[in-house]
Design a protein around this ligand. Structure first.
Ligand SMILES: N[C@@H](CCC(=O)NCCCC(=O)O)C(=O)O
Length: 259
């Protein structure tokens, strides 16, 4: 029995700090993957061509990267999946990250095909939906009847990441099983959301306004789930969040032991 930690890759965002582009992952995701999933966190560069970067897919593909990983984590981000990737017109007003888009969608498809455990949060959940053929609403709060799913921008992060609305966890789903309940309170920090759910995804959670808030990959041989909320935020204080990262880590450990 191996006591080595499973290696879980976290896909980075590209952010400009000063005059230079950086590839970064918010620390709370690293903490939740390391201590919640009990894994070795490995940050993955967003491989599309950048100001100072030749596209990394000229050097290695998703398959070669996944051979090194026991799990793949797709973090949230202020940036948005480019609308043309789900058949919508480009929106120059929208903050994007083409370098992350260029890596995430192919990596998600390859991870699912190879049975690499996958956990996607917020933007990551939206990428999962788009990668498998779904579409997004770019501004949920503009749809009549929808809640405003955005965080209060002028508030401290403790307020922004506080529970914002309930979700119904669908009976028989992974989340309902982990929660031991069909209801949970979740935070909400997103403009965008699932419009059409990708074929092959099964709804795991719904907001009161009918917004899909979580889904799992039906055909996945391992843990493969995305959530629109932020379970990484103070996961130690939230039994469902802790159970989610523990289940993800266990799936990665199973892959490690099988390799
Ligand atoms: N930009 C998309 C996705 C939202 C998202 O991932 N928010 C989290 C940002 C900060 C963090 O990583 O906690 C949208 O607005 O829908």
């Amino acid at each position: 029995m191996s006591h080595r930690l499973p290696v879980i890759g976290l896909l980075a965002d590209v952010k400009t700090i000063g005059q230079h582009p950086f590839h970064a992952v918010t620390e709370k995701y690293i903490d939740a993957v390391a201590h919640g999933a009990r894994a070795l966190p490995l940050l993955i560069p967003a491989g599309g061509a950048g100001r100072d970067l030749q596209a990394l897919d000229t050097l290695y593909g998703a398959e070669e990267l996944l051979e090194r990983l026991d799990g793949l984590f797709l973090p949230g981000s202020l940036s948005n999946v480019a609308p043309p990737l789900y058949g919508a017109p480009a929106d120059p007003q929208m903050l994007g990250d083409a370098q992350r888009d260029a890596t995430s969608l192919a990596l998600i498809r390859a991870a699912i095909a190879r049975g690499v455990p996958l956990f996607a949060v917020c933007r990551g959940f939206q990428e999962l939906n788009v990668a498998l053929g779904g579409t997004l609403h770019p501004r949920l709060h503009e749809i009549p009847g929808r809640l405003d799913h955005c965080e209060p921008a002028d508030q401290p992060r403790e307020v922004q990441y506080a529970p914002a609305h309930p979700v119904r966890l669908l009976a028989g789903g992974v989340l309902a099983g982990l929660a031991g309940s069909e209801q949970a309170m979740v935070n909400s920090l997103h403009w965008q959301g699932v419009a059409t759910l990708a074929p092959g995804l099964i709804v795991e959670a719904l907001a009161p306004d009918g917004q899909v808030e979580a889904a799992r990959v039906a055909a996945a041989s391992a843990f493969a789930l995305g959530v629109q909320w932020h379970p990484e935020w103070k996961f130690r204080d939230n039994p469902l969040s802790s159970a989610l990262f523990a289940a993800f880590g266990e799936a990665a450990r199973q892959r490690l032991q099988g390799r």
